[in-house]
Design a protein around this ligand. Structure first.
Ligand SMILES: C[S@@+](CC[C@H](N)C(=O)[O-])C[C@H]1O[C@@H](n2cnc3c(N)ncnc32)[C@H](O)[C@@H]1O
Length: 504
């Protein structure tokens, strides 16, 4: 039996990463002018797939696609395979294998994913990741590699150095992550240099919600190799691969920065140099880079893509939502989660954005959007709406405030009388309060929400489910004095739907 790896001893949290979803890679590929393979019928490889939580929901969504995950950790691969078997996903295959030993079996692959691995492996493994993509990516395929970037990680590096120094002094301490957190608190309070105090405080804040295994691997793991974006792109080029874009598109566009920055950097006239300078300005510490084969004609094809995609506005209206038939006001403000404010004064644009904002939990296909505008405001100006999407829509997309989707997802926001939880979430909910939703994000449930999810099997009428849950609560109250609050099961059902956990 092979030696246990650090991830066998302390497994990594099971994750799905929305930006790595193959429908997202497909959409971005099209936006950047490629003709990527159909994500409903493709072959996907994930290198360093961990417990498999990223591939599992996609394999369920796209039964005609084939998914392959490899990882060095026997423990994680066994858990991943158990999940795949429990959900009877015959198109999902896991193998305990090193990236170094991968021989391309089952390839070529249309999408190759490598998330959260590159910066934590030796140089030879990094090189092999590029070689695998070079040799086994299909001609129009897309690869994603995420990694820690400089200069942002230099700052984290200083904290890591101090954590490792402290650890060497107290080798007998068992709680390594606890020690590291204590060090951050110490620096936050006592560092004489204000920059160091602020930086330790910010890092402690970032780590508050992260589990110990994250700190142990991401900050304290033996291999830790952040790099500059431009060096990464240079290494990829040496393997016949070119930069396609970032999954966080807003970091690519000069117009999202100040006018002076945009003007000065536009003189560079080179996308890689410009983005490298933007990383300097943003002190960026992480990237998710998309790669394709060198020589692929990259161009901005947003105009064509807009017509065929579903749209999601990542903003909400500041004023109360407009009712159907209500007169459209002169102006309306929309705000994003990070506080970006957009004031709209054109009636057609207000009607469009209000409709999108009210539906911002789920992407709306353009045809459905037009239908809703007709029903809500008797607006039938399809050409005008297309025009707005092609102008304001694209501007908001490049600013990260609106997203386009080739697949709107298999979840519903309006639960029926026999609600059905998404099978993958329901399965995960049997052993964890962290489950994946229909947007390929992880959602944290309360114990009662997890219990309700288990009852939603698509066959049981809602009234019966409520009675069963009330019975469970009475039972728990008998043994647990504290839990006497009345639970609004109806509100909980709608919350689970809003969280994209119910099947359409
Ligand atoms: C930080 S975890 C990331 C897991 C998952 N991709 C994610 O983003 O949630 C890194 C993973 O890479 C795996 N790994 C490290 N070196 C590897 C190698 N040489 N071959 C295959 N997997 C490797 C580890 O076992 C671990 O599961």
């Amino acid at each position: 039996m092979d030696r246990a790896t650090p991830y066998d001893k302390v497994p990594y949290t099971n994750n799905a990463h929305a930006n790595t979803h193959i429908a997202n890679l497909y959409t971005l590929g099209r936006i950047f002018g490629l003709t990527p393979p159909d994500f409903q019928r493709c072959r996907v490889l994930e290198l360093g797939c961990g417990r498999g939580g990223n591939l599992l929901p996609m394999a369920w969504e796209y039964p005609e696609s084939q998914f392959y995950g490899i990882d060095l950790s026997q423990v994680q691969i066994e858990d991943a395979q158990r999940d795949a078997d429990a959900l009877q996903l015959h198109n999902l295959h896991f193998k305990k294998e090193s990236i170094l030993a991968f021989d391309g079996q089952h390839g070529p692959f249309d999408y190759i994913l490598c998330h959260g691995v590159y910066s934590w492996v030796p140089e030879l493994v990094q090189e092999t990741i590029f070689r695998i993509i070079q040799e086994h990516l299909s001609p129009n395929g897309i690869a994603l590699i995420s990694y820690n970037t400089l200069p942002g990680w230099y700052f984290v590096r200083a904290l890591r150095d101090m954590m490792l120094y402290q650890e060497a002094l107290f080798p007998e301490a068992h709680d390594r992550s606890g020690q590291a957190r204590l060090l951050l608190s110490f620096l936050k309070e006592h560092a004489q240099d204000q920059n160091m105090r602020e930086f330790a405080a910010r890092e402690a804040q970032i780590l508050t919600d992260r589990p110990d295994n994250y700190l142990l691997h991401d900050h304290l793991g033996d291999d830790n190799r952040p790099c500059y974006f431009s060096d990464f792109v240079g290494r990829a080029a040496a393997h016949g691969l070119q930069y396609l874009g970032d999954t966080m598109v807003k970091i690519m566009f000069l117009h999202n920065f100040s006018a002076e920055v945009a003007e000065r950097l536009s003189l560079l006239n080179n996308q890689i140099h410009q983005e490298q300078f933007l990383d300097f300005i943003a002190n960026r510490r992480f990237r998710s880079t998309l790669l394709c084969r060198s020589g692929s004609p990259i161009q901005n094809a947003l105009q064509e893509v807009v017509q065929t995609c579903a749209v999601r506005l990542l903003m909400v209206a500041q004023q109360p939502p407009l009712q159907a038939g209500e007169a459209i006001p002169d102006s309306r403000d929309f705000v994003s989660a990070d506080g970006s404010l957009l004031t709209v004064a054109d009636p057609l644009t207000i009607a469009l954005f209000d409709t999108l904002a009210q539906n911002n939990q789920k992407p709306l296909p353009v045809a459905e959007l037009l239908h809703m505008l007709r029903a809500r405001f008797a607006i039938g100006d399809a050409e005008g709406i297309h025009h707005i999407l092609l102008n304001d829509g694209i501007r908001l997309f490049t600013a990260g405030l609106l997203t386009f989707h080739a697949d709107a997802g298999r979840y519903t926001l309006t639960p029926g009388d026999q609600p059905q939880a998404l099978p993958v979430a329901r399965h995960q909910g049997q052993e964890s309060l962290r489950v994946v939703n229909g947007r390929h994000q992880m959602v944290e449930l309360t114990p009662w929400e997890a219990a309700l999810l288990q009852e939603m099997d698509g066959q049981t009428p809602w009234q019966t489910i409520v009675e069963r849950m009330q019975e469970k609560q009475r039972h728990s109250q008998a043994s647990d004095e504290a839990d006497t609050a009345t639970i609004d099961w109806q509100a909980m059902r709608h919350k689970l739907a809003r969280e994209a956990l119910l099947l359409a």
